[in-house]
Design a protein around this ligand. Sequence first.
Ligand SMILES: Cc1ncc(COP(=O)(O)O)c(C=O)c1O
Length: 367
Amino acid sequence: MILMNDFKSEPPELRAAMLGAAQRVLESGWYVLGNEVVDFERAWSSACGVAHGVGVGNGMDAIEIALRALDIGPGDEVITTTMTAFATVLAIFRAGATPVVADIDPETALLSIQSVERCISPKTKAVILVHLYGQLRQMDAWASFTRDFNISLIEDCAQAHLANWHGNFAGSFGVAGAYSFYPTKNLGAAGDAGMLITDDETIAQRSGQLRNYGQSKRYHHPELGMNSRLDEMHAAMLIERLKWLPEFTERRRKIAATYRSEIVNPLIRHLAPPEAPSAHTHHLHVITCDQREALQAHLHTHQVQALIHYPIPAHHQEACLGIARDPEGLQYSELHADTCLSLPCHPQMADNDIDVVISAANSFQRK
Ligand SMILES: Cc1ncc(COP(=O)(O)O)c(C=O)c1O
């Protein structure tokens, strides 16, 4: 079976480097928020071209901490896309703010500026822009839109490691960027990990406090924070994995470009091409098909795993059916949720695997 991810077939040199990193940590005798975390914060923030990185427990916490560091909470509204991992919306709830979900552009599956504009109210404090599937798009438009409405732009970069537009990286356009290093992400730890990146020293300092019980210095708690500290073990392994990320990202780009040119089945639609090759990291390669379930089953019989990201938009989740939303509805998100399908696109795929996926997709016929 060609899987969506295949960690077991990663290069032995990478595995050896990760084991070496684990040994380094064990021998140091320091396990949480130590030198490895500081080194990884420096390495990742500089890879993203920003001044500060604050290592946290996971990507969802990075979003919550960004909101709290901006003093966004009860009584404030935060707009985001309903077509995202539930964590994006949950982080807004966790910060005590009110999420308002907007619709997507059907060509890209990314947040629609027009829909966000319909969601703006006097209580709006921020937009969380999700670089879904790894796509960085319309960044100039988002920067000027949020400036015109005097609201903060926070980037959810969980799927967009190293995506860049004219040399500016995901997370550097807004006031803060939130990264997840969940194992399946393009840069993934051997467990949960995350980071908030920012150029703003005050936000960085406040975030460092919030992740550690709201502690300013040892045993002093000027505010009620959380426990969202990054472990040394994850940071040390991420330092090793980061060395491979450019090569792995190029491989994803190559696979995605091959799918785009060689999957020619008229029953399968591609999303809009990237604005530039560098502006897409192809965390997921998503196509749409009106007969999505039949296509998924067909691929499965050809030994190709395909998954759905995401089958249920946030406003259809049982926990938040009454969530505030675009007054004109969220029909493009609903359509996308019913038709989207992610094909395997990961750096361990062999050329032959790519050919198998392409011929399986092209041989699908209307049921
Ligand atoms: C778009 C998006 N935002 C946020 C998150 C949350 O990251 P984590 O699972 O590390 O909390 C994820 C990960 O699933 C994601 O894909």
